[in-house]
Design a protein around this ligand. Structure first.
Ligand code: AMP
Ligand code: GLY
Length: 423
């Protein structure tokens, strides 16, 4: 079978690596790909928002399965377009992807189907939003409705901070039209975790829970990022919590959407806060997490192509999904300045040496220049190690990471710290 993979980051590199292990796969094309992906796939330069061009490519190259990595092509209707062309595709439709694309929609579904989440209210004008904040008090959370590249959320510890966030989003339009609708939400206290699931719109199969590290520096200091590292399994998600989230969150959201006439197929990602009162949803994503994928897929023992095809064909119930009884840790190597302005084009060395230490190096923001692999994004690489337990995986990954060098490189040295010294 020939596979078309959409995207060009660390998540897609991990997806391609896992898909390529299937004996059923003869070739993977990746749009647009990156230098790491080029070692496991043929990279093709097409605009990922050009549904027409992608459909033509898939038909011309006899693609048996298309896998969509990032959210933008999903909310842009790529899956709907491919389905209309009778092309098999793993990923939710445009309507289903609203679960990620619109926080207000996600909240509406959660409230309607009694899915545990923070109490919230949505506003289209700044005055009412501010009045609500003043009534509720702080801490409180302000979120721009649309996609804002992970930056549209302000966790305000004071009323003044929350009001300033409303001004920035609704009056100054810091995130453009994403600020036309703002959701104000109850502050949740607890430990965060990501539980991703495969679903065909009926059956839900949870993966192994992971924990991301959003802040740029050790001890969760500094600004938020797209994610500086992950590990799995996350001990905060015990077997009981995982079963509870499946029963109270994942299955009801898939069933609820179906009642709304929406069949959600693909990966459903629940961003959770494990509070004293049980797990609550912070957000949904309509895709695999990045860098969650870089630790979850290395623990998947089953054939990913079989699972994805079963999701597309609505027969996931017939598939047995098995996981390795191991642990994985991923450390993101970021460019100098990230998550602020950062340089590009710096030469990267030591990739082979890191792999010789037994780590996997997933490319996120890399490029080719003059025959060298160079930096080309904020999150440059994700280094993953798999071992018998989290401690061993941490030791292995931090032995490999220093082999890699580029100008300005920085990374967190405490990935997976919450897995240790637990009460
Ligand atoms: P989001 O983009 O919705 O995932 O939010 C980004 C980050 O803000 C999350 O990973 C949390 O750390 C934090 N956050 C979002 N919503 C809440 C909430 N209701 N209570 C506390 N923290 C939150
Ligand atoms: N790691 C967070 C995300 O993929 O949204």
């Amino acid at each position: 079978m020939k596979i078309l993979l959409i995207g060009g980051g660390g998540r897609e590199h991990a997806l391609a690596w896992k898909l390529g292990q299937s004996p059923r796969v003869e070739k993977i094309y990746c749009v647009p790909g990156n230098p790491g992906l080029a070692s496991v796939a043929e990279c093709v330069d097409i605009d990922v928002t050009d549904n027409e061009a992608l459909g033509k490519f898939a038909l011309a190259h006899n693609i048996g399965l298309t896998v969509v990595g990032p959210e933008l092509p999903l909310t842009n209707g790529l899956v709907d377009h491919f389905s209309a062309l009778n092309l098999k595709v793993f990923g939710p439709s445009q309507k289903a992807a609203q679960l990620e694309g619109s926080k207000a929609f996600a909240k509406e579904i959660m409230h309607k189907y009694n899915i545990p989440t923070a109490a919230s209210a949505a506003f289209t004008d700044a005055d009412s939003a501010i009045a609500y904040i003043q009534k509720q008090g702080a801490p409180i959370v302000v979120k721009a409705d649309g996609l804002a590249a992970g930056k549209g959320v302000v966790v305000a510890m004071t009323v003044e901070e929350a009001v300033a966030a409303v001004d920035m989003m609704m009056r100054d339009k810091a995130f453009g039209s994403a600020g036309n609708l703002v959701v104000i939400e109850e502050y949740l206290e607890g430990e965060e975790a990501s539980l991703l699931a495969f679903t065909d719109g009926f059956t839900v199969a949870p993966m192994i829970a992971a924990q991301d590290h959003k802040r740029v520096s050790d001890n969760d200091q500094g600004p938020n990022t797209g994610g500086m590292g992950t590990y799995a399994p996350a001990p905060v998600v015990t077997d009981a919590v995982r079963a509870q989230v499946t029963r109270e969150v994942l299955q009801p959201v898939v069933d609820g959407l179906r009642q709304e006439g929406i069949i959600y197929k693909g990966c459903l990602y629940a961003g959770l806060m494990i509070t004293a009162k049980g797990p609550k949803v912070i957000e949904f994503n309509a895709r695999f997490g990045d860098p969650e994928t870089q630790v979850v897929l290395p623990l998947l023992a089953s054939d990913l192509v079989d699972i994805m095809e079963a999701c597309a064909d609505e027969r996931l119930a017939d598939v047995t999904i098995e996981w390795e009884n191991k642990a994985a840790v991923c450390v993101v190597l970021a460019a100098g300045g990230y998550p602020g302005n950062y340089t590009k084009g710096d030469k990267i060395s030591g990739l082979d040496k890191a792999e010789a230490q037994g780590a996997m190096v997933f490319h996120a923001g890399t490029g080719f220049r003059d025959g060298n692999i160079v930096t080309n994004g904020g999150r440059v690489l994700g280094v993953t190690a798999v071992a018998s337990d989290i401690r061993a995986a941490v030791d292995k990954v931090y032995q490999a990471v220093p082999e890699i060098k580029f100008e300005g490189m920085h990374y967190r040295k405490d990935i997976a710290h919450r897995a240790f010294n637990r009460k």
